[in-house]
Design a protein around this ligand. Structure first.
Ligand SMILES: [Zn+2]
Length: 469
């Protein structure tokens, strides 16, 4: 039997400052070692101050993952040496005196399977090491402490996954959940990192580290299952160790013997007092908690009759959900949902495209209402939508500039139909025996009118002319 567990590190990217000082949490915009202060590099005499907002965001994550939250939380020092860790210890949470981390014993259900959350803890991110140089002999390592002290939440699951696919589904759901909570932007490089641990046939646990993407983590877990199974078949013992993912060769390689928790000599961080989480804290947070993805999905289906599939796409992506919430009313909700999930998705499928998009929720309202009032065909609406995304112009401007207004003048459509019927004599014979082929002519008329002919009017006139019902 295969057992897989995960440790996910999520940066709280929406915070202003680091976890224990006032340096910027958004370290990405600085040149190396320009976003540091005595606290985050641990100079003598410096004292950490806990960022209350980080505790709030971490509590929200714990609530969303159905965790139990203790009344008091504590911080600990995890002692180890590594060049990216200026203090030689990391301030994190640890359950030495019962549960004092921000969350424990949670669960979420994915595709009918329950995944238990063992623990959620608040901790600081270390700095970054940058390797430069061509060969092994001339290689140098640069240290950038801009990231040191950035607020992180670590989510540790129980080993409840049976296969790599479940891991992928879970991570996708988790990313949507974190984004919906407004705590982290998963599209930022390094904002979300996951390590996996794998054991087969009740054997020792192997930890996989240094995987840069979720996609690679799935591959690494897959590789590790195969490797361990082949060892078991040959009666070779599996040693508990940490293995690194070699991105170039697509294999895991042994890194070091696995450390035990006691190796880190955890002790209480004396510079940060225990934090009491009173009921006021929870009450305020409950009010601030955004509506969950599941509840949005249910509301879209029940209130507006949107299909489950469309509601799924709409609710799980915060960008689309926000646009939908701002633009719709009871009447046009279905139309707007369709515009977003069929056409808009193709135009704003990356972070960059979303950032440069000029589309507003007013645009969507305008577009949906015009389709419903037959002022513009769906075909032309797609062209208009693309123009809105790239120029931000109003629908009226776009219609007149691109000549997109709906042709709903009966005599104009009628003369286009006559042209089509003349050109397609053979098909005219066929439609008399097979009335369902009438859509062929609708298509031809749409093409001739450059997508502007009103489709239902076209169909009615066609039927009349062809004498079919
Ligand atoms: Zn600092």
């Amino acid at each position: 039997m295969t057992k897989i567990g995960l440790e996910i590190h999520c940066q709280l990217t929406n915070l202003q400052s680091k976890l224990f000082c006032s340096c910027k949490a958004n370290y990405r915009e600085f040149s190396p070692n320009a976003n540091i202060c005595p606290i985050c590099v641990g100079l003598p005499g410096s004292l950490p101050m806990l960022n209350q907002k980080a505790v709030e965001k971490a509590t929200m994550i714990s609530m969303a993952l159905n965790c139990k939250i203790p009344e008091k939380i504590a911080f600990f020092r995890k002692n180890y040496f590594y060049p990216d860790l200026p203090k030689n210890f990391q301030i994190t949470q640890f359950d030495a005196y019962g549960p004092t981390s921000i969350g424990h014993d949670g669960k979420i259900t994915i595709e009918g399977k329950e995944i238990r959350i063992r623990r959620i803890q608040i901790e600081e991110d270390p700095g970054r090491l940058i390797y430069e140089g061509m060969s092994e002999k001339t290689q140098i390592t640069l240290v950038d402490y801009n990231r040191a002290g950035t607020p992180l939440v670590e989510i540790v699951t129980e080993p409840d996954f049976d296969n790599p696919k479940q891991v992928r589904v879970f991570l996708n759901i988790l990313v949507d959940l974190l984004e919906n909570l407004g705590v982290s932007d998963p599209t930022l490089e390094g904002a979300l990192r996951a390590d996996g641990n794998v054991s087969v046939e009740g054997g020792n646990k192997i930890e996989i580290k240094n995987v840069t993407s979720f996609h690679d983590l799935e591959k690494a877990i897959h590789f590790e299952i195969t490797r361990q199974q082949s060892l078991v078949e040959r009666n070779i013992p599996i040693i508990s160790e940490t293995r690194q993912w070699d991105d170039r060769r697509k294999i895991t390689v042994s890194a070091r013997k696995k450390e035990e928790e006691q190796d880190y000599r955890y002790f209480l961080e004396g510079d940060i007092p225990w934090v009491k989480l009173n009921s006021d804290h929870f009450k305020k947070l409950k009010e601030k908690m955004p509506e969950s993805i599941a509840s949005k999905r249910e509301r879209y289906v029940e209130k507006y009759g949107i299909t489950t599939q469309v509601a799924d796409v709409l609710s799980s992506d915060k960008y689309y959900a926000d646009l939908f919430e701002q633009s719709h009313d009871e009447k046009n909700a279905k139309e707007i949902a369709n515009i977003i999930t069929t056409d808009l998705m193709g135009f704003v499928d990356t972070r960059e495209k979303r950032e440069t998009s000029k589309l507003t929720h007013q645009h969507l309202t305008e577009l949906a209402n015009s389709i419903m009032d037959n002022k513009i065909t769906r075909n032309s609406a797609k062209t208009a939508l693309q123009e809105m995304v790239s120029t931000g112009k109003s629908l009226i401007e776009i219609i007149s500039e691109l000549d997109l207004d709906n042709v709903s003048n009966e005599s104009t459509i009628s003369s286009i139909i006559d042209e089509v019927l003349n050109e397609e004599a053979n098909a005219v014979q066929e439609v008399k025996e097979k009335p369902e082929t009438v859509n062929f002519f609708v298509g031809k008329v749409m093409k001739k009118s450059k997508g502007k002919a009103d489709p239902s009017m076209t169909l009615n006139i066609l039927k009349k002319k062809l004498g079919i019902t």
